[in-house]
Every structure is written in C-alpha cells, then in structure tokens.
Design a protein around this ligand. Structure first.
Ligand code: WT7
Length: 648
C-alpha cells in the first residue's frame, strides 16, 4: 500500500537539533551526551550525587545507592522534604513572585498561583490534614479533577509525610473502593464535581458509593468546584473551605527519610488486580528534577504545559513534581481537548504563550482527524519544544506534530517510560540527540537499557526482543504496595537482577530504541494501560456471563481498541441490548476508558486441550485477519468458524 511505503521512507528521516536550540541547551551535542552518559554508567554514585546536591537536604545521605536486588535504596540516611524542594526552596529568590501554576478550567475560569501563594495554600491544607489526625505514613486517596487543589493536596501530603494515592477522576466507585481497600486509606480528598465536555462528573457521589460499606476511611474532605447539590455525611464529610477557617499557614516541612513512601499509584497488570506502584521520596525527587531539567531543558522564563490528567503518572511527574522541583511555571488544564471546539489546546497555547508542550500520540491523531483548520486559526509561535508520551507514535503523526504544531522549528522528545519507572528513561535530549520519527532514541543518564531474547542474551541490531533495564535508577518503583512477592515475580524473576518492562522493542544500527508495545496481556488504549484480565473479571461479574476473553485490536485513534468475546449462561439471550449493558457494566466497574469497543457473543471460546484460552486466535479474529498460526492445539476447531460468523 502506498501509505506504508511512505511511512517507511519517513522513518529513515533524521532530524538534527536546530543549531540555535542546541547552543542554548544544557546538553549541546551528541558527544556531550555520550560523555555524560558514560560517566553516569561508569560512576553512577558520582553522577547522581551531583544532581542531588542541587536540591535541599536536611541531613546528608550516607550512600547514593544500595542495591540488594531487587530492592534499592537511594540516598539512604538522607533526610529531606519534597514539598520543601518544590516550594520553600524557591521563596528566597525572585521566583517567589513567579507563577508556579497557571490553571484553566474547562468552562474557561482561570487561576494563577505564585510560588508564595502555592506555598501558603499547601501549608494551610497540610494543617487541615493534621487537624484530622492524618500523619506520617497514613494513606490518603485523592480523587479530584485537574485543578490546583489536586497539586495542593499532593504537596500537602508530601509536606507531612502522608502517602497519597491519586485515583483518576474517570474511574468508577468500584475502582475507588478497591484502591481504598488495598491501600488502607484513612481519608479521601475529592470535589463535589468536575467538568468534562460541558457535563459535571459527580465525583463526590462516586466516593459516597465507594464508601457505602465499611472501609478504613474516616474522613472525606470535599472541595467545592461545581456547586452541584452534594450529600455530606455527618461526622465523616467536611468542606475544604470550611476547614481552612480553623488553620493557619504555619506548617514546617516534616523531616523525612529519603526512602519514606511518597505515593502509591495503581496501574493495570496482567492479572485482574491493579498493582499499587510505590514510589519514595529522595530518589524520585532527584529523578524528576533531573529529567525535567535535561529532557525538557526547562528555563525560568518558560511556560510548560503537560496535558496529562493528574490521575496518571505523567501528571504526577511532569504536571506537578517535575516542574515545581525546577521552579518552573506549569500550566494545568482541566478539560477535554475538543471542548467547546477542537481548537481548545491551540487557543490555550496562543493565549498563555506556551513554550513547551507535552502530550500523547492519541491526542495528536485526534487533532489530525479534526482537521488542520483548527490549528491554523492560532498563533503557535511561542512553542520551542514538543514532547510525546504514552505509546509509540506513528511517523505520520510525528511529522504532522513537527510541521503543523512545531512549525518545523521545534525538536520533539518522544519519551518512553512507565508508571513503575517514575521518570522518563528512554528519550532524546532536545539539543543533543538527532531524532527519528517513531523512535524514543537513546537512554537517559544512568539508564542501562537492553533488548534480550527469551534466554536473556542481548540481541543484535534490528532484532526484536524484550526491553529490560539492567540496573536500578533513582525514581524506580520500590515495591508493589503490600505485595513484595508479586513485585519480585512480576518485574525481576524472568531475568534475575534485571527489570522486565513488559515491552517489546528493537534497537537499530545507531543504537536507537524503537518500542513496539506491550508483550504481556496489557492493552494500551489511548495511552492508558488496561489489563485484559481486569476487563474479563468485570464482564464475568455480570449475572448473564459465563466466560469472557478480552483482546486488543489495532485502532487508528486510540492505538488499541478493546474487543470482548463473551459466552452467556444457559437461557440468556444474546441481544444487542445486552451488549450495551455489558459495555456499561464494565464502565461502572472500572471506568469509561475500559468499555469494550465491541462485544461479540460466542458459543464457545477457542481453548487448548489443557483449557487455556488461545488469545492469539482471538486477536487475529478481532482484527479481521485470517487465522494463520498453528491451530493444532485447538480443542474444538468448529469454534473458530462460529466465532468468525459472530461478527456483525
Ligand atoms: C507503557 C506504560 C509513562 C506515562 C504514560 C504511560 C507505553 C509509554 C511510550 C513511548 C512507546 C510508550 C509502553 C509502556 N509507552 N511511553 N514514548 N513510546 N511506548 O504510563 O500507563 O505506566 O504505561 O506505555 O508500552 O510500557 P503507563
């Protein structure tokens, strides 16, 4: 096909960092990158100590890294506070009066918080938490829209040493309940509602549903965002603004160990139960500080906009902590990219004169579809650097982003990382590393990434294999909350001592990494991770369902779409209405993003003689391809024919 040939040609293109960009950048050439990279690998302690010294420590660390595989300690013995590094540290210079957060709500309301003001709000809210007897080590669920209060709540937790777990506002009551149960949270911070495509998402109502049965939660703090009618449970629920009446703004930062837990963020794995990824304080801070500085080459005068929701790791690391640790100005936008019209992002870029834009391939593909006229209406000349994250970016989308958004002058950093990695691990440095559309290029400092075969031997150039990381890095996850064994098994057992990413990749002749995507039973839908078995358990929890198998299929917009094959219990009719009901059932159990794009009823699922569902066959059927692979282990061959016929 013509388009394939074209994309193949485009992939060969190399974009060198523009000269004037490189001249001003911290890392100015490939040589300089290589020198620093070598140092970071040969003498990691020296490299990371130098980075860490740019931050505020209340007691010095004894050892930069202690590695007893698979458990790492970074800056052990050191004491610090993350909120002090993000706030107080900037109050002694002119940064004090600089915008820390520029915020725009979906309806168009705006707020600016200077570093001084943000500090004030964080201290007051930290005192509210203390007033409710929330302290060091206590887990707190944050279920808020992308509003300044999300950052304030996170930083307030960090200030007193409470461990936050942000739950994405698109997740359902069931998801909140599961996360409360797993983390043993004592409090929930939420809002009456949030805006999404002009409608109000009833956040507090979802929390009420999650708390219907007894849980560990003792108090719910509610921010008034939308003003919709909201039930307040006597003795449990309090208003954010009401609580502020009782506190002052005097709240010294708690002195915390470098390895003190900072947050738990739940993400999907290949089993039905989401994993609570645990990040700690010192290493995480050094990691986000350093990646923000080198990958985005952020400057004091920049306006940095990462479009992620605070509910995802990107929101943690590059909406809140990374920019603030660097004293940068971070822009937050609450709503949808196409509300009220498909030019909302470009309107924001123009109005705020955004300099660095960090977004997702799925959004870029949507913009392409909505049409260039929405982009052309706006002046995007303030942009100087672009970034992407979340999934592989197809070269066509990369080129469009480069030309139409970047005006051909902005480098693009295609950053590869994961909830578990905490920070960007494979990425171009914009002034130093030539880019190739579709490649995340080379490893960041200190990152020893490799591609190996089934046996763990490194493969040669352009041979596909599993992406692993061969040594610890500062912001790595420390464990799966409450499940050390799963942590060991999931990430460190296949190639002992090496971190298994779950992604397939290849390296080209220049050593550039090309990430292919997940090789486990994890889907990447619009840049968000969903476990197939999680969706399957949701389906099977419906009274009419006997068995379910969920697979991904290529989707032009979302990267992957979700297809569910379902067998029904005896006597249940396979109607169109039931398909809708099942989609909504999944939506209610997990969240709208997990709703299958298609539900197919089947008489039976293809299984091996040992009873294992042959997903490979289902994947081929779901994507409309003919089944080509080996089917000799299939127990009942007629199943395939009927499955294919189940297509509408
Ligand atoms: C998975 C991690 C890190 C924040 C967003 C997602 C995929 C991420 C890239 C990229 C190709 C990418 C991987 C990874 N991914 N960035 N630049 N190129 N693939 O975080 O939900 O933890 O998902 O997203 O498959 O394993 P996450």
């Amino acid at each position: 096909m013509h388009s394939n040939i074209e994309s193949h040609l485009i992939e060969k293109r190399v974009f060198r960092p523009p000269k004037d960009f490189a001249k001003k950048a911290r890392i100015k050439s490939l040589d300089q990158y290589r020198r620093m990279y070598r140092e970071s690998i040969n003498r990691p302690a020296k490299f990371w100590a130098r980075e860490a010294r740019e931050l505020v420590w209340r007691a010095p660390w004894k050892k930069v890294v202690e590695w007893k595989a698979p458990f790492a300690k970074w800056f052990g013995g050191g004491k610090l506070n993350l909120s002090e590094n993000c706030l107080d540290r900037h109050l002694t210079s002119a940064r004090r009066n600089k915008a820390a957060i520029l915020w725009e709500g979906e309806p168009g309301d705006k707020r600016t918080l200077t570093y001084q003001q943000l500090h004030h709000e964080v201290c007051r809210f930290a005192n509210v938490l203390k007033r409710h007897k929330i302290g060091k080590g206590d887990r707190v669920i944050i279920y808020l829209p992308t509003i300044p209060e999300a950052a304030i709540a996170m930083l307030a937790c960090a200030r007193i040493g409470a461990v936050h777990s942000v739950v994405f506002g698109g997740f359902s009551a069931d998801s909140i309940r599961d996360r409360i149960a797993d983390s043993g949270a004592v409090a929930v911070i939420t809002a009456d509602g949030g805006y999404r495509r002009g409608a109000i998402v009833p956040l507090k109502k979802n929390v009420d549903d999650a708390l219907r049965e007894k849980t560990s939660v003792k108090c719910v703090i509610v921010f008034r965002r939308t003003g919709n009618e909201t039930h307040m449970e006597e003795g449990r629920d309090v208003w954010w603004h009401g609580e502020l009446e009782y506190v002052d703004a005097n709240c010294p930062p708690a002195l915390l160990d470098s390895e003190h837990p900072l947050y738990i963020l739940y993400t999907s794995g290949s089993t039905g139960k989401p994993k609570g990824i645990l990040h700690t304080t010192g290493g995480y801070l050094v990691g986000i500080y350093s990646t923000m500085k080198y990958v985005f080459d952020v400057r004091d005068e920049d306006i940095f906009w990462c479009t992620a929701d605070v509910g995802w790791v990107t929101g943690h690391s590059y909406v809140v902590y990374g920019p603030l640790a660097n004293g940068a100005t971070t822009l937050m936008y609450e709503g949808a990219p196409n509300w009220p019209e498909p030019d909302r992002f470009w309107k924001i870029v123009q109005e705020y004169r955004v300099n660095i834009l960090y977004t997702a391939p799925t959004a870029i593909r949507a913009f392409i579809r909505w049409g260039d006229q929405w982009v052309a209406k706006h002046d995007l000349s303030s942009l100087r650097l672009l970034g992407t994250v979340g999934e592989p970016i197809n070269p066509e989308a990369w080129i469009w982003y480069h030309k139409k958004i970047g005006g051909g002058r902005c480098p693009i950093v295609d950053t590869w990382w994961q909830t578990e990695t905490g920070t960007i691990l494979i990425t171009p440095l914009p002034g130093a590393i030539p880019t190739k559309p579709g490649s995340a290029t080379l490893p960041f400092f200190g990152v020893d990434a490799a591609i190996v075969d089934e046996k763990g031997s490194e493969v040669g150039a352009n041979v596909g294999g599993k992406l692993i990381i061969r040594r610890p890095w500062p912001a790595m996850l420390r464990t799966i909350y409450g499940d050390k064994e799963r942590y060991k098994k999931q990430y460190w057992s296949e190639f002992p001592g090496n971190y298994l990413t779950g992604d397939g990749a290849r390296r080209d002749e220049d050593g550039y990494f090309w990430i292919v995507g997940r090789i486990d039973d994890v889907l990447n839908v619009a840049g968000h991770r969903l476990g197939t078995s999680e969706i399957e358990s949701a389906l099977v929890s419906h009274a009419g369902v006997a068995e379910a198998a969920v697979v991904g299929r290529p989707d032009e917009m979302k990267g992957q779409g979700v297809v569910a094959f379902v067998t029904l219990k005896g006597g249940v009719k396979p109607t169109f209405g039931l398909k809708e009901e099942l989609r909504n059932h999944v939506g209610a159990h997990i969240g709208a993003i997990a709703k299958p794009d298609e539900v197919r009823f089947a008489e039976a699922l293809p299984k091996t003689r040992s009873g294992k569902i042959m997903r490979r066959l289902l994947k081929e059927i779901a994507s409309g391809a003919t089944v080509t692979g080996d089917t000799t282990t299939l127990e009942d061959f007629s199943v395939l024919t009927t499955l294919r016929e189940s297509e509408e």
